[in-house]
Design a protein around this ligand. Structure first.
Ligand SMILES: NC(=O)c1ccc[n+]([C@@H]2O[C@H](COP(=O)([O-])OP(=O)(O)OC[C@H]3O[C@@H](n4cnc5c(N)ncnc54)[C@H](O)[C@@H]3O)[C@@H](O)[C@H]2O)c1
Length: 306
């Protein structure tokens, strides 16, 4: 299969590219390297340094490549940045997605897989673990752009017959996650612990998240190449872990001995976010395989350079 991955130089996108290449697919990447890194690029994939906001260039690349499937991971992925600069986030994420989908029509792309967000889509959900049927209630410009993306997919499916699978990720962690961003507590804590600085826990550390290992997420993207049609699917573990507990597990994996620092509670941080994942099992035949303990140990080894 010929697949074009946007954001393929990023944290999650690069693992998806690796899994597609390993499965024998012909892969091309579009990335503007805003947060993505050249060293994440798979050498067997063709690389276009291009920006999704440039509709002419994106159309040219799609017409040249004529991929069967587009996997759309590229986005401004920081909630904090989106609050500081909403215009740029809507341009990058919403208009970027429109440019891509419009180019898909011209290039006759058959299927689009989209990186959505389970953590942001449900806001402060009434029921936790949360199913896909909960109403979209994003609380940030970033979350709104993810809802935009899903509505756009439904429009292009209805109007042009482009099949879609929107994968609503929980909190993804693993090798290659940027520790210098505003999100990604595992990478941030690991980086601090290994450089002998003290990690800061915001609030009392009781906030609960659903942590899913990046290779499990890549596997869901592999299955979504052929399974499920016009579906929105949670990709998480169904299990919640507090920030305090993540700190404890990492402390053990690293052999760190210090206590954390505590900072003020961050406005907008949800108290609990856990995804219900039975639909992923039913529609994709997917289940997470990596326990948090194993995933954190593997991530620690990567941060050690092993
Ligand atoms: N990390 C998580 O826990 C998480 C959770 C839910 C959803 N997501 C979504 O998954 C996707 C991947 O996230 P990530 O954590 O790997 O982030 P990332 O920042 O590592 O990857 C995003 C990639 O997209 C590229 N990019 C951004 N804007 C672009 C543009 N206009 N044109 C071309 N390339 C562009 C960046 O350079 C980067 O390589 C994003 O869509 C994100 O919103 C991530």
């Amino acid at each position: 299969m010929k697949i074009l991955v946007t954001g393929g130089a990023g944290f999650i996108g690069s693992h998806i590219v690796d899994s597609y290449v390993k499965a024998g697919h012909d892969v091309a990447i579009i990335d503007n390297l805003a947060t993505g890194k050249k060293e994440n690029l798979n050498s067997k994939a063709k690389f276009y340094k291009a920006d999704l906001t440039n509709k002419i260039e994106i159309q040219k690349i799609l017409l040249k490549e004529k991929p069967d499937v587009i996997n759309h991971q590229a986005a401004e992925s920081s909630v904090v940045v989106s609050v500081k600069n909403p215009q740029q986030t809507f341009l990058n994420n919403t208009i970027g997605t429109v440019n891509l989908l419009q180019a898909c029509v011209d290039a006759k792309v058959k299927r689009v897989i989209f990186a959505s967000s389970g953590g942001c889509m449900y806001g402060d959900a009434k029921t936790v673990p949360t199913t896909e049927t909960a109403p979209p209630s994003p609380l940030s410009p970033y979350g709104i752009t993810k809802a935009d993306g899903e509505f756009l997919l439904a429009f292009y499916a209805k109007e042009y017959g482009i099949l879609y699978v929107a994968l609503r990720y929980a909190n993804v962690y693993g090798p290659r996650q940027d520790p210098h961003g505003e999100a990604g507590v595992v990478a941030i804590f690991l980086n601090k612990m290994l450089s002998k600085e003290k990690p800061v826990i915001f609030g009392d550390g009781s906030c609960v998240r659903d942590y899913v290992f990046v290779e499990d997420v890549a596997k869901a993207n592999l299955l979504a190449l052929t399974k499920a049609k016009n579906e929105t699917i949670n990709i998480g573990t169904g299990k919640g872990t507090s920030v305090k507990e993540v700190f404890k597990l990492l402390k053990k994996a690293v052999g760190y001995t210090e206590a954390p620092l505590y900072g003020p509670h961050r406005t907008g941080d949800l108290q609990r976010s856990i995804l219900q994942i039975s639909k992923a099992k039913k529609t994709l035949g997917w289940e997470p395989k990596t326990s948090l303990k194993d995933g954190l140990e593997r991530t620690t080894r990567w941060f050690h350079g092993e």
